[in-house]
Design a protein around this ligand. Structure first.
Ligand code: ZN
Ligand code: ZN
Length: 323
């Protein structure tokens, strides 16, 4: 059955200096509200980063809005068609970094790993003396990763620099880094160069662009994403499942949030176990009095009571008024 795909999901980032990020944040937020763009956007002194959804024509307006600003003219968008919005709200936030990395001193516009286009990455990845390094966190690479990739035991990208100490023995190899959309690699590969790694490359546009342009070959499992879809298929050439049901250990890539709201652990649970435990990750969680009703998806909308898209749009008093 042909589904209507009137909506788009956009994934993008741009490292570029923003002089008055708080002020720009307000403008940007207003544009999103007025054009019914939803999602999560981070504005910082070092650039912008977002995943958003909207009607196709609204997404086109949004991309034109970003490209019209000379600072962000080079922004590349990964565009996916979708049947609905992939977010329930719009959040445009100021943060000190566009990805929390504890690597604020590194500017990818000055120095970063060489960008590889998906087809180049595909050719290079199986060569001798090449290490494929997944710079994402445990919950992401457990669900899917490149065949033969080296993964790191980290719960957050800010722990990446610490882990690099364990990679000393790879300093003379060709290191190819990858992440979801390419943004983490800008900093991760810059950091590797700073630490004395000599031959460092990064997959430009990340797993998402690799799926679109290189068929996703040799990406095993699914790619974790940061919107309502939770996980997407990437590999159209030789797909496999790498994750296992949290309860019975059979192969499964059904990501579920435990129905016990105080647990809420996000793990793969197969269809059968999902129904048996009513969406809970354990018998204890199933018996929790707060347990939410299971509808077979394991996805629970956060309470949106009192949500107001205009929140955060109030003008701050100007300096004269404060004095
Ligand atoms: Zn199971
Ligand atoms: Zn649980």
């Amino acid at each position: 059955m042909e589904q209507n795909k009137d909506y788009q999901i956009l994934l993008y980032y741009c490292y570029a200096k923003i002089e008055n990020p708080e002020e720009y944040r307000e403008q940007h937020h207003l544009f999103c509200v007025e054009n019914n763009i939803r999602g999560r956007i981070i504005i910082s002194d070092e650039g912008l980063n977002g995943t958003v959804s909207g009607l196709k024509e609204d997404c086109e307006k949004y991309m034109a809005y970003i490209h019209a600003d000379p600072r962000f003219a080079k922004t590349e968008f990964k565009i996916d068609a979708h049947e609905t919005h992939a977010f329930t709200k719009i959040h445009v936030r100021y943060k000190p970094e566009i990805v929390h990395s504890s690597l604020r001193h590194l500017d990818p516009n000055v120095r970063t790993g060489k960008h590889l286009e998906p087809e180049e990455f595909k050719k290079l990845k199986d060569q001798e003396d090449v290490v494929i390094l997944d710079v994402r966190s445990n919950y992401e690479h457990e669900l899917g990763r490149f065949k033969n990739a080296l993964t790191l035991d980290i719960d957050n990208f800010r722990d990446f620099p610490e882990k690099v100490k364990e990679l000393e023995h790879l300093k003379n190899k060709k290191v190819l880094t990858y992440c979801t959309g390419g943004i983490k690699c800008e900093k991760a590969s810059a950091f590797l160069l700073e630490q004395g790694f000599e031959d460092v490359y990064q997959l430009h546009g990340g797993i998402i662009k690799y799926g679109m342009e290189a068929g996703g070959e040799d990406f095993e499992g699914k790619c974790y994403v940061f919107d309502n879809r939770i996980a997407v298929d990437v590999n159209k050439v030789n797909p496999t499942i790498v994750s296992r049901c949290h309860i019975c250990d059979t192969p499964s890539d059904r990501m579920v949030n435990c129905a016990n709201p105080t647990c809420n652990i996000h793990v793969p649970i197969c269809e059968k176990c999902g129904w048996e435990l009513e969406g809970a990750c354990s018998v204890d969680c199933k018996d929790n009095p707060e347990k939410r009703p299971y509808d077979g998806t394991g996805y629970y909308q956060k309470k949106t009571n009192g949500y107001n898209p205009y929140k955060g749009l109030q003008r701050k008093p100007n300096k004269e008024q404060i004095q």
